[in-house]
Design a protein around this ligand. Structure first.
Ligand code: ATP
Length: 456
């Protein structure tokens, strides 16, 4: 035999089995035949087949096809990636359609057309290979997700505000409810969104993050819904949008308040109907996503001003969780400080054991406009710059003192000044990126590009 793939033929007609086997022999690496379908399950225990050829009627005089449907189901239960081709009586199209709904991949009629039978079986084998590849990729993805999730460590905190956050989160994470996370920049919204995913029944599927604040308006639609080749000049091939990518898992829509009004309608339709239409496409694609959205804006105020759709808001905030700013949970600061100290001491291979009381006091007295993101950076800087095993108050370089760029105001270097201005604008607006961008006279996506560029 020179072919690839294992074929099992199940038919009570001995002559037909013989003829099939003879004809198909060189196209498959192994062909087994069974006359009595009752023997099939024990056969399946010992061998994995790629393609099945299954007769729809076994008992003499019975032509309902029900037996075939029964055995088809049993094969699919055994191997959900099985590729079953049915052998139907002439004119039994209705029955074949029913069987395909049950998972059969195709059917051939008993009228003897060898070429048709061969091409159908070879196509079924190709499909089998693709199905196995997809299964392999999904398995790989599961492992990667598991690995990513395992590495996510964070501080739950013991402040009342955070206890309340986690009380709600523990209750709702397992449900399919959409969740809206509200809080200032850097309060941990993305981290909490990941935790919701991790605690949900979707945890072995993907978590897809889309930052709507960093997208230019022209990209919103294609990023969310994908596009078909030729949809616009640069669309050289089909591309999946985030909705489709996240299907089966969680879609985290960060900075949801940034979605322009005309796209809010499309977003609402996609969430409601669980279907999207890629740009340039003419048919809809089913998507099964759980939405977690985040914002630092007051969406209710935006609704009142007419800049955010009320129906979309109610779709998104089935459950709303508000993350407190760090200045309102100072009880958590010692634990957070230790957490980041360990993290950065390990990373920079420093022998720093702990903070002195004075250092913690200084950390708790500051207002942290950039919240945990800023806190984390300050501890990182302190760890890098320190030469001792204990960090004291003077090792904690807060506010402008922490910015080594301050002395550069005398400089005429454009890059240095741009970086400094961005840092000051962010600080001045308490980490509110929209406001900071406005103060700097640039749009949010440019601001995000620059933050990335300067590693701020
Ligand atoms: N409880 C926590 N424990 C440890 N690290 C945290 C915690 N909360 C937030 N962080 C860290 O703080 C940083 C900011 O968090 P995150 O990106 O989740 O905030 P955000 O609210 O989504 O910010 P933005 O609104 O700017 O997108 C991240 O590096 C995150 O890992």
């Amino acid at each position: 035999m020179s072919g690839k793939g294992k074929l099992l033929i199940i038919d009570d007609n001995e002559e037909l089995l013989f003829a099939f086997k003879l004809y198909l022999n060189r196209h498959f690496s192994k062909i087994d035949t069974i006359r009595n379908p009752n023997q099939m399950l024990s056969k399946l225990e010992g061998e994995v087949y790629d393609v099945y050829m299954l007769d729809m009627n076994f008992k003499a005089g019975v032509n309902s096809g029900n037996e075939g449907l029964y055995w088809l189901k049993r094969i699919m239960e055994f191997d959900s990636n099985a590729c079953v081709v049915l052998i139907t009586a002439y004119g039994d199209v209705e029955l074949a359609v029913k069987a395909m709904k049950e998972g059969a991949v195709d059917f051939v009629q008993k009228s003897w057309d060898e070429n048709k039978i061969l091409s159908t079986l070879l196509a079924a084998y190709k499909l089998r290979i693709s199905k196995l590849e997809i299964r392999g990729l999904k398995e790989k993805q599961k492992q990667i997700n598991h690995h990513i999730n395992k590495n996510s460590q964070f501080v739950r905190g013991k402040s009342d505000a955070m206890k309340e956050v986690f009380r709600t989160l523990d209750k709702v994470a397992k449900t399919e409810a959409n969740i809206l996370l509200v809080g200032e920049n850097g309060t941990g919204k993305e981290l909490i969104a990941r935790e919701i995913h991790l605690l949900s029944d979707r945890s072995d599927q993907v978590f897809v993050h889309l930052d709507l604040g960093a997208l230019s308006e022209s990209l919103f639609e294609s990023e969310l819904f994908g596009y078909k080749k030729g949809a616009f000049t640069d669309a050289k091939e089909d591309r999946m949008g985030r909705f489709e990518l996240a299907s089966g898992g969680t879609l985290f829509l960060d900075e949801i308040g940034n979605v322009p009004m005309h796209l809010q309608t499309k977003l609402l339709t996609a969430i409601q109907n669980k279907q999207i239409v890629p740009l340039g496409g003419n048919s809809s694609v089913d998507v099964d996503v759980r939405i977690v959205a985040a914002t630092n804006s007051d969406l209710f105020e935006m609704v009142a001003k007419g800049t955010f759709r009320e129906d979309l808001l109610y779709r998104l905030n089935t459950i709303a969780i508000t993350l407190p700013p760090l200045r309102e949970r100072i009880e958590d600061i010692p634990e957070l400080a230790d957490f980041f100290l360990q993290k950065y001491a390990d990373l920079y291979k420093k022998k720093i054991v702990h903070f002195e009381k004075s250092a913690i006091k200084k950390l708790t007295q500051y207002t942290w406009p950039g919240n945990i993101r800023e806190f984390q950076h300050i501890i990182e800087k302190s760890v890098i710059l320190s030469n001792t095993e204990k960090l004291t108050a003077s090792d904690i370089l807060l506010g402008e003192g922490a910015m080594s760029t301050k002395r550069k105001t005398d400089s005429f270097n454009l890059t240095e000044n741009e970086k400094l201005l961005i840092e000051q604008a962010i600080k001045h607006t308490g980490g509110n990126m929209s406001l900071a961008a406005k103060e700097l006279g640039i749009n949010r996506s440019t601001l995000y590009d620059k933050i990335k560029k300067y590693d701020l």
